[in-house]
Design a protein. Sequence first.
Length: 106
Amino acid sequence: MNQPLTVTVTVSILDKEYCIACPPEERENLESAARHLDGRMRQIRSHGKVIGTERVAVMAALNITHEFLHKSEHLDAEAGDTREHVRKLLERVDTALTNDPNSTDS
């Protein structure tokens, strides 16, 4: 039997239900994302500085996006450091092999 291309998932965000279509294999990720968003929106709303669901949603989206971009930049920097470390290790290996008197390539 063929699996459906999409399933409808009902998620609750700030006590309001939303029906969202997604591929079956993404259901858990969607539910997790909705729980995360709901938690962030509740946190913002509880501070009482932002009024209105739309404004709370925008603030949550901005906060989550900021965190994502910051983590992406951090990962990119780490990847660059790792590439540089690997390059230096390869240079050391190459130097060691070049200076090896037992090498059969000479």
